[in-house]
Design a protein around this ligand. Structure first.
Ligand SMILES: NC(=O)c1ccc[n+]([C@@H]2O[C@H](COP(=O)([O-])OP(=O)(O)OC[C@H]3O[C@@H](n4cnc5c(N)ncnc54)[C@H](O)[C@@H]3O)[C@@H](O)[C@H]2O)c1
Length: 334
């Protein structure tokens, strides 16, 4: 019993020591997700370096963070605007920017990557960083649809590589899916769980399988709604109303598709190919994943009817109707 207690205490101490070690975070990609991740990490006292490809993008990104922090401060310090301004300045002080990822990671504890959803680009980035980051540095990807183990394969730190899948908008959404590959060490996984908790998020543990938990359930659900409509079993309006009033969902599947972006949904199912290879060619040639920008879920599991592409979705994407962001998707937006 005493042994168990001693072990337990040792585990707690080592986990606390490990989480205390994540003080300096490098966030790569200052877009929608990276800016949000940098914001919450800085707001919880971490020293954050935000990296992107140009000064101009980084200026827009930090301006976005400042705007978001001001909105938080307005609510949090409604009666004390001066304290609100101090809060904003204090958090912004924790963020610096850099256009050179390799120099940014030289003394960092954790790298969180949130760049373009493209396997080869992510592999190139991590392959470069692996050579310059300290040994203890943990690498994590925020990818929504790529296998973490494929991204990690360009590095020699497979045990210190995992997934940290945040949700949009990051400052608001509580969930983080922490992804453990077959090679991620327990120590790394624990550190990522602990880091998520320190950010004020609720981590859940996921295996490195397509879509982890949330998207693995959500994407087939949205695709099935399109197929139901394609078969003439219901109008998109009726399907949306049915799921809101019958299942209690805050949005119907077509509203959700428009919100997520039809291109994003198509991309997850269909992927994107280099060298002009079609799905069939890629699968029959059994090309290595590194020869393909991104293998969609359909190509990964061609027999799975849940991952079958949709003609209607493809048509809307080809017409540039990508959802809310372009003013039209399944619905029109003013
Ligand atoms: N948008 C979402 O709802 C969402 C949710 C969860 C996860 N994700 C994932 O997060 C990642 C980023 O998505 P996003 O929506 O923030 O994309 P985004 O397009 O808004 O931002 C990507 C940023 O990465 C930068 N970038 C591209 N290549 C780079 C490189 N080599 N080095 C440094 N910066 C680089 C781009 O300039 C851009 O600013 C993707 O992997 C995506 O799958 C997105």
């Amino acid at each position: 019993m005493a042994f168990v207690t001693h072990q337990f205490v040792r585990k707690m101490v080592s986990s606390a020591a490990r989480s205390a070690a994540v003080r300096h975070v490098t966030v790569i990609g200052g877009g929608l997700m990276g800016a949000g991740i940098a914001q919450v990490a800085a707001a919880t006292g971490h020293a954050v370096v935000l990296v992107d490809t140009s000064e101009d993008i980084l200026r827009k990104s930090t301006a976005g963070i400042e705007g978001s922090l001001k909105r938080v401060a307005k609510k949090k310090f409604a009666d004390k605007p001066e304290s609100g301004e101090q809060f904003v300045q204090k958090v912004l002080k924790n963020i610096s920017t850099n256009t050179d990822a390799a120099s940014a990671v030289k003394s960092t504890d954790l790298v969180v990557e949130a760049i373009v959803e493209n396997l080869r680009v992510k592999q190139d980035l991590f392959g470069t960083l692996d050579k310059v980051a300290p040994d203890h540095t943990i690498f994590a990807s925020n990818t929504s649809s790529l296998p973490i183990s494929d991204i990690a394969s360009s590095t020699a730190r497979l045990d210190r590589f995992g997934g940290l899948h945040f949700f949009n908008p990051v400052p608001m959404m509580k969930l983080v899916e922490v992804v453990k590959t077959s090679q991620t060490s327990q120590e790394t996984f624990d550190a990522l769980v602990e880091f998520s908790k320190v950010l004020g998020k609720h981590p859940v543990s996921c295996k490195d399988t397509p879509g982890f938990i949330v998207n693995r359930l959500l994407v087939p659900y949205m695709m099935e709604a399109i197929r139901l409509h394609e078969r003439g079993h219901g109008s998109k309006e009726d399907i949306d109303v049915a799921m809101k009033l019958g299942a209690g969902y805050p949005m119907g599947p077509f509203e959700l598709l428009d919100y997520v972006g039809l291109d994003t949904s198509k991309f997850i199912i269909d992927g994107e190919f280099l060298h002009g290879l079609g799905h069939r060619a890629a699968v029959s040639l059994k090309v290595c994943l590194t020869d393909v920008v991104t293998l969609g879920w359909h190509a990964m599991e061609p027999e799975n009817p849940l991952f079958a592409p949709s003609q209607l979705l493809n048509k809307l994407v080809a017409e540039g109707k990508l959802g809310k962001k372009t003013g039209e998707g399944f619905y029109k937006y003013k």
